[in-house]
Design a protein. Structure first.
Length: 723
């Protein structure tokens, strides 16, 4: 039998309880104030002492070490959302009264991916009690004995980013959950007392039975600060709970911004590429300059380096290089975005910052709206969704990733979709107010053979005098068309798409137009490590350098790095007119580093190919090669020896490329630990991840095949940590 009672706390009930007029014994009985289990969680070291038994429990962590935060009443253990928790074996959990009370302090960075137990107690007498937080932030107290189960759930979500006290009581008179000393949920109980008479297992910080993603990431782990976890035999009165809160109340704001040290020891973590402090990030969206700051938003799982529970992350920058993480802008809540707040668009709307995003509820995707006056705190539109479903009459199996722009007094939106059995498409809408939208038509319909079965992250942006449609095909690669935009019609000059990158490692570019009219874009450069390596690292994925887009007379989209990074450069080598001998390796002296900017101009002479070797160890055991073969116009990216780690991707890729000046090619390379970004002749580009393992894999070298080639000009700069 299940006793699952939704909260029904009337105003009269709350007033009578707070006034001490509610008669039942569970309110005012003093109960036992001495705990039968207690973890103060104000320690140092890697164990959590249990005060009553004197036992000390090992704290699980991806690093093997616990992180403790704060001092005094602010001291707490930091749980990371996926790897930190501890278990305790209790020789006895005697509940002589047949009832129990749990008390604790908690400050959450985010709600968990799946229901996460703050504390779970189980015993050999088939009794189980769990106080937990679900994925939408609702606290729940569930007690099971034999075949009977009681579930008590609070009426509204617990707060994020602030300390709150949580207590839960169970006895024959019922179950109650208290938030900051006030009753927040009640449920009836079964008729006989609890019997925790024998040894039991206790887990703190994790639901032991939670789903595990990729056999690596447990999804039911708390993300935040935890202290003062106590279990009492019997009923604590409201007076006792109030006294406990007063005596143990944290004396400051919770310090949740301690993520940097968790990832600092990863040799693959970058220095001058944008990325959040930890956990999982994905597609960027909404790059905008607003009120003196650049803003970028992105898919974020705050709980760990894996996909799930999609929030809208948010960072700001004064210059597109130095980024500061801001509070999460959006997170899933019951309703149209209960399964995730996915990638969308950002625009200024009458002085407010407007986020247009697809919400998923587990059954369908719809388009939603949120607004902010300060660019930090966002309020979801009460009438969401603003577009509940794709247009009727055609089979559009997908519907997400809106991109919005304004022309005079009209807003336009394109939404990524597909025409079933045909190919990807972007659906065009228009609006006067961002709320009421009229469907127009597909902006363009692709062919599944040449541009994928579905289009993600479509954007239409004016570059110079042309319009460029960029989409991310499924299967993933970035593609574009250049054309005209007139009378709500996009007409590509060529029917066949072009590839945005020479090699497909840069995805989901999000564009903006700055005050100079430049079109600037940033995209994601995904990780290519195994789940277990991401688990150990504590973070996954990052963003490209800002790039400036333009077009040329041949109908190509050109990319070059945005200016501004020069202030962090320090030149360490300059070489001019260096002849290259056939088959010889020409190492560059005094350039050993993992954060470099390299500009190399090669002249062909009579050679067949020239190569730039980066992140090379002295013996060549590890190296990454960028090679150009003049006769056949082929650029090769060779990662076959980029790492000795067998779990990372190692391959050889080829692309057709002909330089604008015959017999000459210029490569501009940005190296940042595991990231490589390459710009060829100020037009073509690609990005990739490499993962050298050797400490001496920090060299640069030049190679040619054939005779007569020379390095016309080589400049190497060290890029220091941005500050």
């Amino acid at each position: 039998m299940i006793h699952n009672v939704e909260p029904n706390l009337t105003r009269r009930f709350l007033l009578t309880v707070s006034a001490g007029l509610f008669i039942p014994r569970w309110v005012w009985a003093e109960g036992g104030d001495k705990p039968i289990l207690q973890w103060k969680l104000d320690e140092t070291g890697d164990r959590a002492p249990e005060s009553v038994s004197g036992k000390s429990d090992a704290i699980q962590s991806r690093t093997g070490h616990a992180i403790w935060v704060g001092t005094g009443h602010n001291r707490a253990i930091r749980l990371d959302g996926y790897s930190v928790w501890f278990n305790h074996i209790a020789n006895q959990m005697p509940l002589r009264s047949g009832s129990m009370t749990i008390s604790l302090w908690l400050a959450l960075e985010s709600y968990p991916v799946e229901e996460a137990a703050i504390i779970q107690l189980g015993s050999s007498t088939e009794v189980d009690a769990r106080l937990s937080i679900d994925k939408w932030g609702y606290a729940e107290f569930a007690v099971q004995q034999g075949n009977e189960r009681t579930v008590c759930k609070v009426a509204k979500p617990v707060p994020r980013a602030k300390w709150f006290h949580l207590a839960a009581f169970y006895g024959v008179s019922g179950a109650t959950v208290y938030v900051d000393g006030s009753p927040a949920g009640r449920a009836s109980s079964f008729t006989h007392p609890l019997q925790f008479a024998h040894a039991g297992d206790v887990t703190v910080g994790r639901s032991p039975d939670c789903p595990v993603v990729a056999r690596t990431f447990p999804t039911g782990v708390l993300n935040g600060l935890l202290r003062e976890v106590s279990v009492f035999d019997g009923e604590l009165s409201l007076r006792s709970i109030a006294k406990m809160i007063q005596q143990s109340m944290p004396d400051g704001e919770p310090n949740l911004q301690i993520n940097g040290p968790w990832c600092a020891d990863d040799p693959q973590r970058t220095v001058y590429h944008a990325l959040p402090p930890r956990a999982w990030t994905n597609e960027p969206h909404g790059l905008i300059y607003w009120r003196g700051q650049y803003h970028i938003f992105y898919q974020k799982n705050p709980n760990g380096p894996y996909w799930g529970h999609i929030n809208w992350g948010h960072m700001t920058s004064p210059d597109l290089y130095r980024w500061t993480e801001m509070p999460v802008a959006l997170w899933p809540e019951p309703g149209p975005d209960s399964a995730g707040c996915w990638s969308g668009s950002v625009i200024d709307h009458n002085g407010q910052l407007a986020l247009i995003y697809p919400g998923g509820d587990g059954h369908r995707s719809s388009i939603c709206l949120a607004l902010s006056d300060d660019g930090i705190h966002f309020t979801k539109f009460h009438g969401n969704p603003i577009i509940p479903a794709p247009p009727q009459g055609m089979k559009f199996p997908e519907f997400r990733d809106p991109h919005v722009w304004r022309e005079e007094d009209t807003y336009y939106m394109i939404v990524g979709s597909a025409v079933e059995g045909v190919g990807g498409t972007a659906l065009l809408y228009r609006s006067k107010d961002l709320i009421h939208w009229e469907y127009r038509q597909p902006l363009l319909v692709g062919d599944r053979e040449t541009s994928g079965v579905f289009w993600e992250m479509p954007v239409l942006v004016k570059v110079g005098n042309e319009y460029v449609l960029i989409v991310c095909e499924v299967p993933g690669r970035a593609t574009y068309w250049i054309g005209s935009w007139k009378n709500e019609t996009f007409t590509p000059y060529l029917s066949a798409p072009r590839r945005l990158e020479l090699f497909n490692h840069f995805l989901s570019p999000t564009p903006m137009v700055n005050e100079l009219g430049q079109v600037i874009t940033m995209g994601i450069i995904p990780d290519e490590r195994s789940p277990k390596e991401s688990y150990a690292a504590g973070w996954a994925h990052l963003y490209s350098l800002p790039r400036v887009l333009s077009t040329d007379a041949r109908g190509r989209l050109l990319q070059k790095p945005f200016e501004g990074i020069d202030r962090w450069k320090q030149q360490i080598t300059f070489v001019r007119a260096l002849p290259l001998q056939d088959g010889a390796i020409h190492p560059l002296e005094d350039v050993a580093d993992v954060c470099l900017h390299v500009q190399a101009t090669f002249r062909r002479g009579g050679s067949q190919s020239v190569s730039l070797l980066v992140r090379r160890s002295p013996d060549g055991q590890e190296q990454t090669e960028i090679r150009y073969e003049w006769e056949i116009g082929r650029l090769t990216f060779d990662r076959s020896r980029s790492s000795l780690d067998p779990q990372v991707k190692r391959d050889v890729q080829h692309a057709t490329y002909f330089p604008p000046t015959e017999g000459s090619i210029e490569m501009e390379v940005f190296l940042d630990h595991s990231v490589l970004e390459v710009f060829v002749d100020d037009g073509a580009a690609f990005a990739a991840r490499i993962y050298p393992t050797l400490s001496d894999a920090v060299g640069l070298a030049l190679v040619c095949k054939g005779s007569g080639a020379r390095a016309e000009r080589i400049t190497v700069d060290r890029i220091s940590r941005l500050s």
